[in-house]
Design a protein around this ligand. Sequence first.
Ligand code: 5CA
Ligand code: ZN
Length: 412
Amino acid sequence: MDAWTGHQVPSLPGSGEPLALYDSARGAVHPSSPSGPATMYVCGITPYDATHLGHAATMITFDLVQRIWRDNGHEVRYVQNVTDIDDPLLERAQRDGEDWVVLAMRETALFREDMEALRIIPPAHYVGAVESIPAIVGKVCALFDDGAAYRLEDGTGDVYFDLAAAPRFGYESNLTREQMLVLSAERGGDPDRPGKRDPLDPLLWRGAREGEPAWAGGPLGPGRPGWHIECAAIALDLLGNSMDVQGGGNDLIFPHHECSAAHAERLTGESPFARHYVHAGMIGLNGEKMSKSKGNLVFVSRLRADRVDPMAVRLGLLADHYRSDRTWTDDVLKTAQQRLARWREAAAATAGPSGAELLTGVRSRLADDLDTPGALALLDAWADDTLAGTGADPAAPALFANTADALLGTKL
Ligand code: 5CA
Ligand code: ZN
């Protein structure tokens, strides 16, 4: 499907430092040193509701990864999916008496608008689950032929992945089996379902049910794809057997990224599927986790409708480190608005302290696992000094603005 429209990214003099990122599998920060093009797959939305600030924060995080790689001279191959068929979408459509296809189209369109407003560089490939069904069926059949999948013997036609075929299972999340069982039940798995070989075995293909959409599955029979194989199949087809970064929120560490790695690694015989599994923290509201059940979602589109500058939203979400679970409050927004106004004022000055020094500092902070609080502090200090009349570099204000734009996606 179509992505959204990108913006011109200013090029900066020189080049940045290699980007080091925290890898959930190894539990430490390691250099992401792409050889050739840098490849990244980010788990995108399930379009049954509007983009909230949590989605936005995660997309902004990986937008920075792409910006920093580009600043380092890498060609970036970035893929993002849309889970445009899954249980939550069907449940919401059913609840609201709406056609699930129309619901998905509408929310995906709104997401594109939000991403554009937030100046997120679009992925090269923006791919829906539905349009990927033939590819997914191919992968599930390959797993079947390889003895890594089995059909449940209850007449449903449901096909599961056999975790006995994944000896490295658990390396990505580093959780105990007890923790995995709890999270699997909470996050779309079905550990209590009778007939499975292992309670943690993930669904690959759901046989057709009365009243649910279904697609031809060849030897699998009619049905629809499981969630983890969707992301594994799309990434394998567009990025090859392995990639530099697989990204998403930290709610995807288990079971989603663990299972998609297990599927992909069995299909290719290569491990790891991703050289870095990178996870953004969860955004909450006023101290509570932002969730549909609590009804406390803050939508990007609502803020836009209230004439909040998307660049202030961006700065608010960058104010704390991407890996920390953090909350959105009126104060976070107010601080971001004040910062944006101050930066704009400073960018309009006729001279300021050394722009080259500022750029080197910002690049170095961001290369260190996206230390945005550190980068913002340097830009703040430059703006304060400039507004206090310090510094005589006439090229600095333009370089300041280009640095904020190219590396942080913040147009001043
Ligand atoms: N379609 C799947 C991924 S394949 C999915 O998780 N969709 S989602 O709509 O629930 O989330 C879209 C992206 O936003 C995912 O990367 C998810 O991890 C992230 N995300 C969801 N909620 C939050 C939140 N509160 N804070 C930060 N990121 C979030
Ligand atoms: Zn995914």
